[in-house]
Design a protein. Sequence first.
Lengths: 299, 165, 357
Amino acid sequence: MEKMNDKLQKTAKELLENKEVNLIIGFTKGSNPLRMRSVFITDPDDVSKLSFNAHCVQDLAVFLKKPEVKKFGKVGLIVKGCDEKAVNTLIQEYQLSRDNIKIIGVECRGVVKQNLADKGEDSVKQSTVYDKCLVCEVHTPLLYDYLVESDEPAFEINGDIKPYAKIEELDAMSVEDRNMFWQKEFEKCIKCYACRQACPLCYCTRCIVEKNTPQWIETNIEETGNAQWNMIRAYHLSGRCIGCGECERACPVNIPLMLVNEKMARDVFEKFGYKSGVDINAKPVFGTFDANDFNEFIK
Amino acid sequence: MENNIVEDVQNARDEKEYSAGSAKGEDKDKEPRIIAFVCNWCTYNGADLAGTSRMKYAENVRVIKLPCTGRIDPLFVVEAFKKGAKGVLVSGCHPGDCHYTSGNYHSRRKYTAFRDLLSYLGVDINRVEFSWISASEGNKWVSVINEFTNKIKLLPDNSDIFSKK
Amino acid sequence: MEEKYYEISSDNIEKFVNNLIAQDDEVIAPKDKDGDTFYDKITDFKDADLNILLPKLSFKEYLLPKTETLFEYSISGSNINILDPIENIGADGGSVNSGKKTGKRIIFGSRPCDAGAGPIMEKVFNWDYKDEFFNEKFKNLYIISIACVQPDNYCFCTEAQLSPESSYGSDILLKKGGSGYFAKVITEKGLELINSSSENAGLFKEISKDAFPADKDWKAAFDIKKTQGFLDKNFTSSYFQEKFLSCIGCGICTYTCPTCHCFDIQDEGTNEKGKRIRNWDSCQFGIFTLHTSGHNPRVTQGDRYRQRLMHKFKIYNEKFNKYLCVGCGRCSRNCPEDIDLREITSELSLMESSAGD
C-alpha cells in the first residue's frame, strides 16, 4: 500500500503544481482505522493526506455533480474501476467534458463491505467484499490519465459465494411472490433519498419526486409512495447504472437496491447488447435505437 | 402539458355515465378500466376509423391522445395505475411509419425495459399492452381492445403495489 | 414524583416484558432485521436484541411518524366530508397514526440518548402551537431504557449534557447489576407500568436509594458551550464550506436523528377523496429552502450543514436552554461519506478555545 500511496501523492502533487487541475478529490483516513473518507485538496503541500486501501468504498464520481465542485473547473479524480465507469457515463451524457477531468485510476482488488468493516473486518476475501467486486471486470479502470497499480494480490474466488444470487431466485418466483418480496423491502423505505444523492448518475437539479405540478410520485412514506419512488428510481437508472452499489451502501434501512439495478443491467445487456459506462463514444442505450430491436411483446 | 395528462387520466376515471344501459355509475367498480395512450398520427386515427365505420368494441377503454409514442413516458402508465386503471395500452405507428421518424423506436426500447422492471417488482405484466396500429387498421384496434379487455377481466384481483390505497 | 428504586432479576425482567405484551400493550424493542438492529414491535422478550449499543434508526417514528395524516376528505356529489383525526382522539386514549389508532406504547431497551430525545422534541411541538398529534403519542409512550456500559467512538452523550446513565426522558431506567437489573423509576408512568398488575408489582423488589448503583464519573472530552460560542461568532467561517464539500446532501443524518423533527405538509388524493399528510423532511435537501422565485438562501451544502449545526447547538439552545442533540452519534455512524458530528463539534470547540486565548 505504501508504494501505491507514494505514487498517488506524487501524481496529485504534480497535477496541482503544474496547474493542470485546481482540485484533487481522493481518499484519506476517516473517523476510525477501518473507515476512509473523501478529501478535497487544492494545495500541493496537502497531498500527503491522500491514501488508498480496501476501505475506500465511496464512489468519488458523485462529487462531480455538485455545483460547489464544478466551480473548481478542472478536477483530478481518484477512482476505482467501477467508479470510473460513472465518469464515462457522465461524459457520454454530456454532463462532463473530458477536458475538465484528469482521471487518476487506481487498480482495485476489491473493497470490504462497510458494515463488516465497522465490526472490525479488515481482510479482502470473497466473503467480505461487495458482490460487485466478485463480478468485477474492471480491476484496472477502463479509462485513465494516470494509473496507480496495486501491490496487493487478487483475492481468490472459488464459487462458494454466488453474487446477486437472489436475482435468479426472484426470477423463478411467481409474480405474486415477487410482489410480496418487494413490498416487504419497500415498506422499510424512509424516503431520505440517500439512494439518489449517493448515486453519481442522479444529477438532475430537480428530481422527479420534487416536481409537484403534477405530482408524479406520491410523497407519502407508506406502501404506495415508497413503491412508486423505488420503481421510478430504478427505471431512470436502467441502462445507465454502472453498478458501483453506492445507493445500497447508503441506504440506512438496507433495501437491496442492487438487486434491481443489476437485474436491469442484465436485461438491457440481453436485449440490446449494451453495457453502461464502457465506452465514452457510445450512445446511451435509450438515446438510440435499432430497427431490429426486441419486438416480441408488441401486438 | 403534463398537468393535462394527469387530468385526462382523472377524467377518464371519473366519467359518470360509464356504460350504456346500466344505471349511473352502478357497475363502476366492477368493470375494469383500461387507459389507452395513443399517438396522434396512427393509432388515434385507427380508432377513429373504427368509430366512423360503426365497429363495436369493449367500452372499458378510455383513449388519451399524445403526439407520439415517444412522448408516452412510463410515468403516465404509473399515473394511470395509481388512479385505478386495471390495464394500460400504449399504441402508435408501425416501425418505419413514425411521423417523427423514430419516436416509436425509442418508445419500444423504453417499454422493453419498463415492462421487465414492472414484472420484476411484482406487477402482472399482462396489465400493460403495447401495439402498433396504423390509421387504416380500424379492425386491428377493435381486436386489440377486445382481446386486451378480456385478458384484463380474467386477471385476479391481486394486490400489487398499484392496487393498494 | 419522588424517584423509587428497585431490584429485579434477569428472569423477572423477561416475565415483566412478556406480561406487558400479554396485557395487549404494544411493546417496541431493538430487534434484529437482516443483520442490523431496528426498533420494532416484539411479541416475545426473546425477540429483543439487547446486546447491541444502538439500533440503526431512533424510535422517532413512534412520536413523529414518517407519514402522518392530518385530515382526510371525501367528496360525493355536493357532499364534502372532512375526517378530522383529532376529533377521534380521546375515547380510548388512542391517537391517530395514518388512520390507525394507537394505545399505550412501550419502548423497552432504548438507550438514555434516545429516551432523552422525547422531552427535547416535546418543547418544539408545544412552545407555540400545541401539536395534538405529537402530544397524544408522547403521552402514550412509555420508555424503559437501559443504561449503557461502554459508549463507542461516535457517542458523545456526555458532551451533549446527558450521560450513558442519564435518566432524562425515561420512565424507568434499568442498570445492569445484582441479580439482573437495578431499576430507577422516574415518573408516574413508570410506576404505572410496574403496578399494572399485582404479578408485575411482585417481580420488583424495592430497595433504598443508596443500594442503587451510583453513576460513573463520565468526563466530557470537550466543552459543547465552546462549540456554541464558535457558532455564535462565525456564521461566515470558511470552515463550513471546506468541511462539507464532502457532504452529498443525502439527509441520512437528519432522518436517523432522534431529535430532528422537520416535516413537510403535502396534499394527496383525487377529486373524490384524499388526505393532507405530513412527511419527514430534511434541511440537507437543496429544495428545503428553495424559494418560488428561484432564490435559495442556503445555496451550498456547506450552508445546509451549518444550518444543522446552528439549529442543534445554537438556535435551539437560545430558545429552550438545552441542546437539540442527544449525542447518539447515529449521523456519524450512518453517514455514507463518513462525516463525524462528534469530530466536528469537538473541532469547533477547540477552535473557539484557541481563539479565546
